[in-house]
Design a protein around this ligand. Sequence first.
Ligand code: 4NP
Length: 155
Amino acid sequence: MEKKKLLFVCLGNICRSPAAEGIMKKKVKEAGLENFIEVDSAGITGYHEGELPDQRMRAYAARRGYELTSRSRPVKYNDFLEFDLIIGMDDSNIRHLMQKAPTPESQQKIHRMTDYCKKYTNDHVPDPYYGGANGFELVLDLLEDSCDGLLEIII
Ligand code: 4NP
């Protein structure tokens, strides 16, 4: 199997994409594929650079057995060259990624997280930052489902 590098991207890299990273890392580990699939996450903005994921996101993820320990960082030029799949959470993420991508080849690496969903028909992973518990649980439901679909596609 060819090695694949996955980058999950949201706006702040403190809620959705670090959760996607934590969920996917756990699934990759459980499948024994750590040597073949590399996972990272980044934000469109660097407003929260260096921070751990949002407390609420970490708490809701922990209840499902995911430990979120990444540090926020903005997307950088080299990401578009180094990663195989660059996966955004909503329209705005995807629009910004397309603008930042330096080449047509790198634009083709950009995908939408919900396109990998198996059970859910939602067309984006909504920003949970200003909402309540339901928003965080929905993010985790959508990410668990789409990570399952993504893993099936790449193995
Ligand atoms: P994320 O959520 O994009 O899922 O990390 C957000 C985090 C922070 C902000 C917005 C969304 N913010 O405006 O600071």
